[in-house]
Structure formats: C-alpha cells, structure tokens
Write a protein that binds this ligand. Structure first.
Ligand code: FES
Length: 545
C-alpha cells in the first residue's frame, strides 16, 4: 500500500466510513471531506483509512431507501468487526444513512464519531426561499390543480437544490442529524453546519482528530447511548417538530444499544415538550437559519430542565458541559418557550381498533380541524391501486372521506415506503381542498404535511386490522384522545380477517431476508437477529488483530 512501518506502527487505525456514490445526491462533497477527516486523523497521530459503504440514496432507490437501511447497518457492523480498525468516523446524512451507520457502529461498539453531511443551501425561486420537499409538495398540488405552468415548475426544480448537502427543511435528514447530536454522537454544532460552509471542512478535520483521541480514551457508543440519552433525543425531536421517521429509527437504535424504549415513551415526552424550533414544514425557516441562530446547542440550552445533562458524549464531556455556553442568537428561529409553535411536541402516538400496536401522527403538519374526524373509508389495496384510482372524477370521493392505503408497511411495501401522504384527489384539489385525513401503514417524508396517520401496526401484510377495512366502513380519528378506531363490529372484523390471505413471501435474496426478519413499525423495523441479545457481541469474537 506504500506506507512505511513508521507511518503506521503504534497509531490508532481510524476507518472513515463514507456512504458516498455517484448516486448519493446529498453526499457530493464527501470526497473532499474524506481528505479533511484524514488530515485530522494524521494530525492527532492516527492512521486513516477510507472505507466506502453502501450509499443509501433517498431519491434513487426503489421501492424505498428504507428497505436498505438494515443492509447498510449489517455492512457497517461487519466492516468494523472484520477489519483491523480501532475507531471510526461515520460519514452520512441522507435519511437512511444516519441510522444505518449508527446501528452498525453501535453493534460493533468501537469508538465512533458521526460527521453529518450538513444541509444544502436554502432554495431560491425569484425572491422566494424554497424548502426541500415542503415547497415541492405545495407547488405540485398547485400544478395538479392546473395553476402552475410547466416552465415555472422547471425553474422551481432548478432552484430548490442549490448545493451539496441534505434536505434543508426539518425533514428526516435534518431531524436525524439533530437527534444524533443530542444523543451525543456528533461534536457540538455539527448537525446544522451547511454542507458547503467552510465550517463543515473544519468540522471534518475535528472529527478525525477526535476519533483518534476517543480510541485512547476507549470511549465507545455503549458508554454514550444510555436510556437518558434516548430520552434527550426524543425531547429534541419533539422540540424541533422532527420527522415521524425519527421514531422508527430511534426505536431501532435503542434496540441495538440494549435500551428498552417503547412507542408510548414518545407520546409521554411529547406531552411535556413544547415545539419551539421554527423550521419548515411546521414553521417558517430553514436549516442554515437554525445554524446561524445557534444550532442544536442553542436549542438544547432552551430546555435544559427537560434533559439528562449528565449524559456522556463523544467530546468526552457531558451534554450539560457541551451546551454550557450555548446562546440563542435569533429568537425568531429558536422561539422563546412562552411563545412556542405548539405547547406540546410535534408527534402523537395513537392506539385503537385500527392500530392495536400503535400509529403516529405529526400534529404540527396537520389541519387542526381534522384532528377529530369521523368519515367514510376509501380503501386502496396498494400504491399502484391508489395511483390508478385516486384522480378518477367518477370515484365519488369527498373531502370528508378518509383515504386509506394498505400493503405499504415494512413487509407490504416492502420497506415501508414514504407513501403515507396520499395525494388529494385531483377533482378535490380543483375545488380548493388541500388536506384530508389519510391513514396507512406507510411512512411519510419528514418534509411532508397533512393530516396523515402513519406507521399503523400491525401492518396489513402482517394481518393487522388494516387488512380487514373495506370502502364504506366508518373510521373515527380523535387525536386528543389518542384514538384511531374502525367503527365495525368486532365479530365482523374477525370474520374478515379469518378470510384474509397473507401475501406470498419473496422467493429469494435480500427481500426474503427482510420478509423473514423485519419487525413492525412500533418496534423499529430492525431485523430480529440483529437486535442486541440476538447474536454474539463484538467483544465475543476471537481477537485476531
Ligand atoms: Fe437526501 Fe433529502 S434526499 S436528505
């Protein structure tokens, strides 16, 4: 390889796990960042090695990048376990890369620090600022309603992604970066630095230096990811009106870390945490504004009283020490607690006869008028079925109906695609309707909005009550009571389920593994054999190196 013995001997070997490829649109700056991480590793007396790992591209993987989150996690764990490395810098950002890298690193339990890709620059169309996803959905609805020319749509497309980096609204990527920082797995301030800011380069070299120090300190994820750290992450998720996807990923991360975490814990902490970070889609601003306002340290400093401040972090200091000098620079972005966006957290957990094991709704994305609503179900058996029928003028769908999509869960999708923001039927869009109650076992993009009940568990492909619902059944949603009920006699539901046939399992390959092993949304959608306790821990492997 061209190294002298003196260059390598006695130095901690730092693996730089880079989830880059020509198809990972959010990570186009990573080749340069790798060099900057290496610079930091050398400076601190380490030995850097870049190791490419699966680039889970949100935009280009079908049916959904989520299907491959666990594949990345498996790769990361085995790469760290099988190679002669002492520590790692984890480079990711696009939605599923963050949990995938973290899940693998937790299971390998080597010292590791996360370098988020950082958000892209704010989008621009004429004198308007555009937010990833959120403004796409808004203008797409206008285009579908016939109110937007094709040439304007093209200009919007060209202005909305102006640089390398992840979606710059508080979508899934920004949410995951923020909670990773709160968990203590990034250096302070890392989550919000715009991808093309020179500060991002400086953060990269700091991560390299810190990874070497962490090896000497033996500071592993198992010392950082405690029950208190997960509570902190949930509180932060609520404060920022984070993506509903964070729930699934935090459940999976906790499973890997051996921390007992249930869906109900999110609802408990949601009740006591205000939403006060004013970012789209719930609010007004974008990620670079949050960075300039003080970033996640400033956000956390607002809610010190809700956090476990003694949790250990990758800095070697506690969370409380990390945020001791944090300051809110712009209170329009990080709102005062007495004038929050919402007095409660952004996400609620519901149960009921349609979702015995739970489901979620993002309160801050929903129309308040629809939070208590009873309506007739209009059921779509699959995404193709929905696409084929949703805009049919003869469908008779009204704004009071409830759109239901099934076979879109971890098994049914497969991979639980982000199909949960079902489109409003075109005839209703033309009448000015912009929101309806929608229910599915799918997920929803963190940049989306609408009264969408998501993650219904058990999913229909696992024989949950969603498999029994028929068009014409009445459904009652009552968010305040945390209920989602199918208003059909229990015996009739049982009769329908007795006639239900499960879908055929895939014949082979990774999709078969997914079908055999994936857990439901309320458990995090990890593979059963990868959860902590399901196999040998890294330290039980023979010590070869
Ligand atoms: Fe990568 Fe949104 S597409 S973060």
């Amino acid at each position: 390889m061209g190294y002298t013995a003196e260059e390598a001997e006695g130095r901690p070997v730092i693996a730089i796990l880079n989830s880059w490829s020509d198809l990972s649109q959010c990570h186009t700056h990573f080749p340069q960042r790798v060099e900057e991480v290496k610079r930091g590793v050398w400076q601190a007396g380490g030995f850097p090695l870049e190791i490419p790992v699966l680039a889970v591209s949100e935009m280009f993987m079908k049916p959904t990048a989520m299907l491959y989150r666990n594949l990345l996690a498996m790769e990361v764990e085995e790469v760290l376990r099988s190679h002669p490395v002492d520590g790692a810098v984890l480079m990711g950002g696009c939605d599923k890369t963050v949990p995938g890298l973290l899940m693998g690193a937790i299971s390998a339990d080597l010292p590791a620090v996360f370098l988020p890709a950082g958000p892209m620059l704010a989008g621009r169309y004429r004198d308007e600022r555009l937010g990833s996803g959120t403004d796409v959905w808004k203008y797409w609805a206008q285009r579908q309603a016939g109110c937007l020319e094709a040439c304007v749509w093209r200009q919007l497309e060209e202005g909305i992604a102006r640089s390398a980096g992840t979606c710059m609204t508080m979508g899934t990527a920004s949410t995951l970066a923020s909670i990773t920082e709160t968990l203590g797995m990034t250096l302070p301030g890392a989550a919000t630095i715009p991808a093309v800011h020179s500060a991002h380069s400086r953060m990269a070299s700091r991560c390299g230096r810190r990874a070497v120090e962490m090896v000497w300190e033996d500071l592993r994820p198992s010392k950082i990811l405690t029950a208190g750290a997960f509570d902190n992450a949930i509180v932060a998720d609520m404060a920022i009106a984070g993506s509903t996807n964070a729930i699934v990923h935090l459940l999976a991360l906790a499973g890997r870390a051996g921390v007992s975490l249930s869906l109900d814990r999110f609802d408990q902490l949601s009740r006591s945490t205000p939403t006060f970070v004013n970012l789209r889609p719930a609010g007004e601003y974008l990620m670079e504004d949050l960075h300039d306002a003080g970033g996640i340290p400033a956000v956390l400093s607002r809610i010190r009283h809700l956090l476990n401040l003694d949790c250990q972090t990758v800095t070697g200091h506690s969370l409380g020490e990390n945020i001791a000098n944090a300051e809110v620079i712009n209170p329009k972005v990080i709102l005062p607690l007495d004038t929050p966006l919402s007095p409660t957290g952004g996400t609620f957990v519901l149960h009921g006869t349609l979702a015995p094991d739970g489901c979620v709704i993002k309160l801050t994305a929903a129309d308040p008028k629809l939070l208590k609503h009873t309506g007739r179900a209009v059921v779509f058996d699959s995404y193709p079925d929905m696409k084929a029928r949703i805009d049919d003028p003869a469908s008779g769908i009204t704004a009071e109906d409830i759109l239901v999509l099934r076979n879109a869960g971890p098994l049914g999708g497969p991979g639980m695609p982000e199909w949960g923001m079902l489109p409003i039927p075109k005839p209703l869009l033309e009448q000015g309707v912009r929101d309806m109650v929608r229910i599915s076992d799918a997920r929803m993009s963190g940049t989306s909005y609408g009264t969408c009940v998501l993650h219904v568990a058990p999913e229909s492909a696992a024989g949950g009550p969603l498999a029994a619902i028929q068009t014409g059944d009445m459904v009652a949603l009552d968010v305040e009571a945390r209920r989602l009920d199918l208003l059909v006699d229990e015996a009739e539901i049982a009769r329908r389920l007795a006639e239900w046939q499960p879908p055929a399992a895939p014949a082979r390959g990774y999709r078969r593994l997914n079908a055999e092993q994936v857990t439901q949304a309320n458990l995090g959608c990890d593979y059963r054999f990868l959860e902590r306790g399901a196999g040998p821990a890294a330290e039980e492997d023979p010590a070869i190196f």
